[in-house]
Each structure stands twice: as structure tokens, then as C-alpha cells.
Design a binder for this molecule. Sequence first.
Ligand SMILES: Cc1cc2nc3c(=O)[nH]c(=O)nc-3n(C[C@H](O)[C@H](O)[C@H](O)COP(=O)(O)OP(=O)(O)OC[C@H]3O[C@@H](n4cnc5c(N)ncnc54)[C@H](O)[C@@H]3O)c2cc1C
Length: 409
Amino acid sequence: MERVKDRFWDVLIVGAGASGIMAAVTAAKRGRSVLLMDRMNRIGKKLLATGNGRCNYTNAHMDAGCYHGDQAFISRILDSFSHRDCVEYFRGIGIWPKQRNGYFYPNSDQALSVLLALERELARLCVCIVTDTTFLSVRKLSRGFLCETTQGPFRGGRVIFATGLFASPKLGSDGSALAAVKKLGHSMAPVLPALCGFYCKGMDFKKVSGVRCDASLTLAADGAPQAGERGELQLCDYGLSGIPVFQLSSAAVRALNQKKNVQIHIDFLPDFGRQELSAEIERRKDMMQPGETAAQLLRGLLHEKLIPAVLSASGIDPRGTRGMTRSWKNRLLDMLCGFPVDVIKGREAEFAQVCAGGVTTDEVNPDTLESLLVPNIHFAGELLDVDGICGGYNLQGAWSTGVVAGRSV
Ligand SMILES: Cc1cc2nc3c(=O)[nH]c(=O)nc-3n(C[C@H](O)[C@H](O)[C@H](O)COP(=O)(O)OP(=O)(O)OC[C@H]3O[C@@H](n4cnc5c(N)ncnc54)[C@H](O)[C@@H]3O)c2cc1C
């Protein structure tokens, strides 16, 4: 360790997640001496958890529109190291691509293979890795910088910050470097957990917990529709989760942060048009036997746990045997096609896949990811105020920013 500390490194990289590792590989390929540090006991811990352990590392439908934040900025980054470049790079280091509807995974279906391939590259390129090393602060020297860490000081000509924000802190990114970044003078967009479920009210969630169903969701802020998503909705005892919820989450948490009233309208039967559904309800009503309860109306259309929730919200007693008036039917159709739930707040960072917010991009050069405030300081990955939707976009963002930063040091 003493020899590592005595050395003046060309590049110090703080954070060995996807972006830091990629920055290290890229800089080392260009002949730079690189020290890569991480607070965890091994590098790339979050990478191992991605894609449910299978690592959805990029997506064929890569587009700046799939990111929240400065789209011109992310577009420049994606041009520098594109989806194709990413697939080729990983193929080159042994990761054979497997594609499902545009989502790319390693053929092994193991995130571990991706990390092992990258670790092999780091070793081949003689990148020095120090783990169990928490970065504490950075100080400008007459030449280069001194990074103070829990293992003592390290010195280098340039510093790349690739620490992430604080999504899933148990996997490493706990926000512990953010104060130092702010001290450099950088402003930060509010850091909010995104790609997460929501705490909601408006339904007895304890009773419907565990239901998974195909649904179409519309997000509204102060009554105005913002975005829509269809997919497998998961009802949980606290509210809503599942991929379509994750896809809406970044827009929702930003709206909540602006103190807007946020609602999600759930279409539980997205394959039906309203008229078609109305006819089907009418048909079922006509078929009802004397004494059968209203629940019979929806049996086989909806999950059993959802039937009482939808009927009650429509003003119909699920155990009642009375006929239905037109106003009840309209209300029932409203609830089936757009059940409103109020979003109270997003889930905490420990349950989030990414955080929105971070270092504001107008203080960073998109061609080099160098700070416009402090020369020779660079940023990469989620730390920057750009976050992608689910589907490999966040890892592609991490790889691309890592390459851009690594190329320019
Ligand atoms: C469960 C889960 C599943 C996901 N699945 C996918 C997926 O399939 N596809 C996809 O595209 N995205 C996925 N993501 C998102 C993706 O993993 C992240 O966007 C990406 O890893 C961000 O990379 P990064 O390098 O910016 O940050 P991170 O991967 O968070 O790495 C930051 C590193 O910095 C280190 N660090 C932080 N502070 C310090 C400090 N003070 N000193 C030293 N080291 C420090 C941390 O230990 C960490 O290793 C998933 C995320 C989670 C949590």
C-alpha cells in the first residue's frame, strides 16, 4: 500500500461501479497509470445485482428520449460510445450478447460474467485497485490533486468521480462523496430515488397485496396527464410497483418534489375499449342468477382480490344482489378503465434502482466530462444529472460516460 500511496498517478478514479471501471479500462488503454478506489470490499457490487443477477447491459432501442435530464448532453455521450460500440466492446472481451425484445444480456445470463470480464481487463491493463477505501475529500495541489481516504492520501494528476448517488446504498453508492463534490463548487439537482415503487392511497392495498396483472397506467400531475406505460403491475401492501411503475417513477418523483398532486390511473383491462367492456358487463349482468352477488359480474375478468376493491370504489356492494343502474355501470367502467390512486411518495433509496438528480450537466463539458469549474476533475455515471428508464439504459449511460471520461484524461 505504501508504494501505491507514494506514487503520483495519472488518474485517480473514485468509485468502481460500471462507470468507474469503464473509465479505468479506457484510460489505462491509453497508457495512463490508473488507481481505482472503492469503499466496498470488492468492485462492481451493484453490477452483480443488475437485471436480477443477469445484467441487462444495454438496449437496442437506445435514444436520448429514454433519459430524464439534459437530452442534448446525453445524446452527445451516446454518440461517443453507442449501443453498438457497447455490444462490440463486450463481445470483444468475451461477453456474447443475448437479446430479448431489444434488451441485451450476456449469453451466460449472469452479471458475474460481465464483472469477471471487466476485472480481467483491469488486471491486463495493470489498473491498481484499492477496495475498502472510502474517499473523504479532495484538495488541489500545486501539481494535481490529493484525495484523502480512509486508507490515507492518494495523489494524482486528474480525478474522475464515479461514485453514483445513493440508490441501493448497501451495494456501495451511499452518497458519501457528494459533499466533497459540492465543495468543489458544483451545483446538484435534487437527488431523488427513481426507478422505484410508490407509497399510494386510494385502495385497500393490504387486501390486494400480491396481485400481479397486466395494466395500463397514466401518470397525472395536478390533473394533467404526463406519461403512460403498460406492463405487469404489482400491487403491494404499501402501494404500486412493477416495471410500468418504475418507468413512470422518475417523472413522478420530480412532480412530487415540485409539490404537485400526483395520481396514477390504472386501466385494469387495457385490451378492452370502453364500449366493448360496457357490452361485456351488460352481458354478464343479464346472465346473473337470482341471489348471485355483484362480484360475479367481474369473475374471470379480474383477479379475485381486485374484484371487491373495484366494486366498492364503484359504489357497488360486492356481496349485494341488487341490480345495477346506469350510473353504477358508468362508475364501474370508470374504475375498471382508470382506477385513480394518489401517489404519496416514492420508495426509499434502498429500494430504488437509480437516483434522479446529481451534478448539473451545464457545469460539465459533454465532450470530456471535465468540470467547467475545476480543470482536471471529471464526472461519470449516475452522479451526473441524467437518469434512464428501465431496460439497460442506465448501464449504457454508465459505460458511455465512463468511456468519455476515460478517453479525455
Ligand atoms: C438492483 C438493481 C438492478 C439494476 N438493474 C439494472 C439493469 O439491469 N440495467 C441497467 O441498465 N441498470 C440497472 N440498474 C442501474 C445501474 O446499476 C446503475 O445505474 C449503474 O450501476 C450506475 O453506475 P455508476 O458507476 O454510476 O454507479 P454505481 O454502480 O453505484 O457505482 C458507484 C461506486 O462508487 C463507490 N463509492 C461511492 N461512494 C464512495 C466513496 N466515498 N469512496 C469510495 N467509493 C465510493 C460505490 O461503492 C460503488 O461501487 C440496477 C440497479 C439496481 C440497484
